[in-house]
Design a protein around this ligand. Structure first.
Ligand SMILES: Cc1cc2nc3c(=O)[nH]c(=O)nc-3n(C[C@H](O)[C@H](O)[C@H](O)COP(=O)(O)O)c2cc1C
Length: 140
């Protein structure tokens, strides 16, 4: 079956703790291994970044489940790639990375990147809303 990759960012739900995140990763690792899904789940501050890759139908169904999960909010889809030739994370059923782990210095730029991606997406959402409001007024 064709290989698909989906990535998104989201915000932790209000009361989510690091222990909750670890519990999500544990269940994900078990489920994903059984479904040939691989990927990575990174967190920084109270933001998630996740890459899911696997058989297209499986990844689509999983993404729908994840989007509806109340343990995170403001899920912003970044990109879906169909017919991907190879996996980026073939060894990881779902690797959890805490980008705030100060003992790993090379994670610092990734933290900046994740924050910037979320800020850019929010900005572009606001711009699109302004655009549609302006168009709606113009075309009234
Ligand atoms: C940020 C986030 C990422 C998740 N990633 C996965 C995942 O990769 N695989 C998975 O099976 N569930 C993932 N989940 C959990 C699903 O939403 C859902 O709770 C789970 O698949 C249900 O599994 P169960 O039927 O074994 O209880 C994630 C949840 C959140 C909040």
């Amino acid at each position: 079956m064709a290989l698909k990759r989906i990535k998104y960012v989201s915000r932790f739900a209000e009361h989510l703790t690091q222990a909750d995140v670890e519990a999500i990763a544990e269940v994900s690792q078990r489920n994903n291994a059984a479904r040939e899904v691989t990927g990575v789940m990174a967190s920084s501050g109270r933001l998630f970044y996740q890459v899911l890759e696997g058989p297209a139908e499986v990844v689509d169904a999983l993404y729908a489940t994840i989007v509806a999960d109340p343990r995170h909010t403001d899920v912003l889809h970044l990109r879906s790639q169909s017919d991907v030739a190879t996996r980026l994370f073939p060894q990881w059923s779902m690797h959890l990375v805490n980008l705030d782990d100060a003992s790993v210095l090379r994670l610092a730029p990734l933290r900046e990147l994740l924050t910037a991606v979320v800020e850019l997406r929010e900005l572009s959402d606001r711009m699109a809303s302004s655009l549609e409001r302006a168009l709606a007024i113009e075309l009234k």
